[in-house]
Design a protein around this ligand. Structure first.
Ligand code: TYD
Ligand code: MG
Length: 502
């Protein structure tokens, strides 16, 4: 039999080439071509392409209408409320979930906890429990057992196996009494023996995932795949992996912080951008039910004695360069502190260092402050940090970032009892944002007394002060209004205003 024609597959873009070259002609990536030898006749049932039948033997499709009885199985709740929330109220049987994140962030820990939480335990109603299997391709059985002991879940009847052959996994799971939840840690360690390429390559990851997903659909179990993240922060392996699964969850967090944020970036069965907040403790991940309190912890929060009418009192003991942003993560309001530091640039090009926010957006706001408000922000080094390790993606944070910047530049604290939100346009106008009521309610709940917000959308609502949910609302229509607002609070005790046209 002739040797099958070798082909070279780019590990970045999955394009196929007949010859090896140092650089992929399609995507331009260097050293990304790897030789793959496809098998001529894949064994029955384990075809890498999934088309084991001849086209002529296919069945005719029976098309149906959009309405009709649909028997959606109930969602499987893990009992870890933050995880259930991110999935849109629990896992959907027969669906595949991809969990990505940096090494050491806590993926294995969370999933072992989830498997254990789902497994039956004394006193738990039968209907609420499920059989769970944890298949590890990365760690030895002993390692997982040690972790389970540390997490205090070693008594839980989780089925544990160390395996990396998809054929073995399929043989063990393709049965009527398949477990209800299967965790595969990680998809990069799994391989199909029908392919000659090494585990972790594009074709192996794709084929292994495809096979496992097909099995999950057929047997109706929840499949959770752990995916590695490359240096660039994207899931290793082909992008198709994200297309193949029903839900993609990313586990994020700063190394130095204990907080871990689980974020849904794709969910066929629920809302995306929902987050779950956890704290890494010495006994695993602990849910954080009230993230706002956590993100604001350690801050000299609302000084109860501070009176709104007395800026000196309201800002006493508080440092400049920080503002509390009332944000929305998914369906949930979250308050976070935005911190800015402005220092004169020592080198020719000013430095910009941003943690937890978009650097381009920061450059835009600095430019708007320069061009529309006459503040020379852009010539300085700017450091911006979102406290607590949260990554904000909402444009509604613009005004809070601007407030932190102006506050840092003028050395005038934003009042400690004030939350800020609003989107800034290039013209300097402050645009309304969604979920205003939810943001204000959360701020009121946490003891804040004032909010700097965009102008209300309805014209009759008034421009100046109003009170909503116990918070006094200061509507700001243009960024210069924010600068004036802070300038009015500037006390002579502090250094003179730099750069502000007085
Ligand atoms: P792990 O779940 O192994 O990360 P991943 O699977 O994403 O690579 O997390 C390991 C890290 O979590 C490790 O640095 C130790 C820490 N950890 C704790 O702080 N407390 C614990 O109870 C456990 C189990 C881990
Ligand atoms: Mg792991």
């Amino acid at each position: 039999m002739p040797r099958p024609q070798a082909r070279f597959v780019c590990q970045q873009c999955a394009s196929v080439h007949a010859k090896w070259t140092g650089r992929c002609e399609d995507c331009g990536a260097w050293n990304s071509l790897i030789e793959e030898l496809p098998r001529e006749v894949p064994p029955q049932g384990l075809s890498p392409r999934g088309l084991s039948k001849d086209r002529r033997s296919g069945h005719r499709l029976g098309f149906v209408g959009l309405t009709g009885p649909s028997m959606l199985p109930p969602r499987r709740r893990t009992g870890i409320a933050e995880l259930d929330r991110v999935c849109g109220g629990g896992f959907v049987p027969g669906s595949a979930v991809l969990v990505g994140g940096d090494p050491g962030i806590g993926k294995s820990t969370l999933l072992l906890q989830a498997a254990a939480a789902m497994a039956p335990s004394p006193g738990k109603p039968e209907a609420a429990s499920a059989t769970a299997a944890y298949i590890t391709g990365e760690e030895a059985i002993d390692q997982v057992r040690l972790r389970a002991e540390r997490l205090g879940v070693n008594e839980s009847p989780v089925l544990l196996a160390a395996a990396s052959s998809v054929r073995d996994i399929a043989a063990s799971l393709d049965r009527d009494d398949a477990p209800d939840l299967v965790v595969v840690d990680s998809i990069q360690t799994m391989y199909l023996d029908t392919l000659d390429s090494a585990p972790g390559t594009v074709s192996q990851v794709r084929a292994a995932a495809q096979e496992l997903i097909r099995l999950a659909k057929r047997r109706g179990f929840v499949l959770i795949l752990v995916g590695h993240v490359t240096k660039e922060g994207v899931l290793a392996g082909p992008r198709v992996l994200e297309h193949m699964v029903d839900t993609v969850l990313y586990f994020e967090g700063e190394r130095g912080h204990q907080f871990r944020i689980l974020r849904a970036v794709k969910n066929r069965f629920g809302a995306t951008d929902e987050i779950g907040v956890f704290e890494m403790s010495d006994r695993g991940l602990v849910e954080v039910a009230n993230p706002s309190a956590l993100f604001l912890a350690g801050r000299t929060t609302t000084d109860a004695s501070a009176e709104l009418g007395d800026p000196a009192a309201a800002t006493a003991g508080q440092l400049s360069g920080s503002a509390v942003f009332a944000g929305i993560e998914g369906t949930r309001p979250v308050l976070v502190e935005v911190q800015a530091l402005i220092a004169p640039a020592v080198l020719g090009t000013p430095r910009r260092a941003v943690v937890g926010w978009d650097g381009t957006r920061l450059a835009m706001i600095a430019a708007v402050l320069d061009a529309r408000c006459g503040l020379s922000v852009g010539t300085n080094d700017i450091y911006l940090n979102v406290a607590g390790g949260l990554r904000i993606v909402e444009p509604a944070a613009d005004l809070a970032v601007a407030a932190a910047l102006v506050s840092a530049l003028t050395e005038t604290p934003v009042p400690a009892d004030t939350v800020v939100f609003g989107e800034i346009a290039l013209s300097g106008e402050v645009r309304p944002v969604g979920h205003t009521a939810a943001r204000i309610k959360e701020a009121a709940k946490l003891g804040f007394r004032a909010a700097w917000t965009p102008l209300p959308q309805s014209p009759g609502a008034g421009r100046s002060r109003a009170v909503e949910a116990g918070l006094s609302i200061m509507a700001i229509g243009h960024l210069s209004g924010l600068v004036t607002q802070l300038a009015a609070r500037h006390t002579p005790r502090r250094q003179t205003l730099r750069g502000i046209a007085q």
